[in-house]
Design a protein around this ligand. Structure first.
Ligand SMILES: C[S@@+](CC[C@H](N)C(=O)[O-])C[C@H]1O[C@@H](n2cnc3c(N)ncnc32)[C@H](O)[C@@H]1O
Length: 282
């Protein structure tokens, strides 16, 4: 995992330091905010294509970072909070990729996940063709997946780096880990590494059925403890409507806000990535 590099606090025009990220990461966020301010001055936000978007865990983080977000999923997503297109992700990317400034992709992870044996239907591996199509697009991209997925030189993010915690229904503090891997064609900095402690770990799964404090406190239980829906949403940092399946799929928006700030600064630092006429005229 990459270590967090010290980020100097830079002057920020247009946006405050993120209220959603821990202070040290929120300061880092201001690097991206400078670029955001340039777009803001030109009346245009950079556009991010959110492939395999589900109900928008990743999308909301990129929006908080300063992107205008557009989602694509093969099934309807009535809880997705931005403009949504129902389509096959790879077909949409090939047809419309050139309309965007950056791309995030979360291809289905069931084929690699620890619970793969619990899924009845065979899941196609979309990761490899997704990467090929993203490279073909020539745009800066981030691919997200679970531990065990064959990503190139991935960076891991953990809920403990972002202080993702919530009280359980009986008040006991819970912590979310939800390790996720991120591959990119820009250089990504990490958030400092896991800061696991003794706090009871909870997750957001549909396969497990460990849903009461009695399950949580049972030393013989197997698998992760899955608290009530509202507690899961709070742990993930999700403050818009999501059902159980969507919560199980979502990455915490704090992760993609952190990555989105880096994507923004990368677009800024690499003039060829954004045609200058776009900055001036749209
Ligand atoms: C792991 S979820 C994405 C989670 C999302 N990034 C988030 O943070 O909330 C994967 C999604 O891929 C969608 N999907 C599966 N095959 C697809 C395809 N060929 N094209 C578009 N979406 C697809 C599924 O419907 C599912 O919503």
């Amino acid at each position: 995992m990459h270590e967090l590099l010290a980020a100097n606090a830079l002057p920020v025009r247009g946006r405050p330091v993120s209220p959603h990220l821990p202070h040290h990461l929120g300061t880092f966020h201001s690097v991206g905010a400078i670029f955001y301010a340039e777009f803001e001055d030109n009346m245009r936000k950079p556009k991010l294509l959110d492939l395999f978007c589900c109900a928008g865990g990743a999308g909301v983080g990129y929006s908080r970072a300063g992107f205008e977000v557009y989602g694509v999923d093969i099934v309807p997503q009535k809880n997705y909070p931005f403009e949504f297109h129902q389509a096959d992700a790879l077909e949409y990317l090939r047809e419309h990729g050139h309309e965007f400034d950056a791309i995030h992709a979360s291809p289905p992870c069931q084929v690699y996940s620890k619970t793969a044996h619990l899924h009845d239907n065979p899941h196609p591996d979309l990761l490899v063709p997704t990467r090929a199509a993203l490279i073909e697009s020539g745009l800066p991209y981030v691919i997200e997946n679970v531990e065990g997925a064959p990503l190139f030189s991935p960076m891991t993010l953990c809920g403990s780096e972002f202080g993702l915690r919530a009280p359980d229904v009986d008040g006991l503090p819970l912590a979310l880990r939800r390790h996720r891997l991120f591959e990119s064609n820009i250089w990504l900095m990490g958030a400092g590494g896991c800061q696991h402690d003794d706090t009871q770990v909870a997750g957001s799964y549909t396969a497990g059925r460990h849903r009461t404090p009695a399950h949580r406190d049972n030393p013989d239980r197997q698998g992760g403890y899955t608290p009530a829906l509202s507690v899961r949403a709070e742990l993930l940092g999700i403050d818009w409507k999501m059902n159980e399946h969507e919560l199980a799929q979502a990455i915490p928006p704090a992760y993609s806000e952190f990555l989105g700030a880096q994507l923004l600064s990368s677009l800024h630092a690499t003039p060829g990535l954004i045609p200058q006429h776009d900055l001036r005229t749209t």
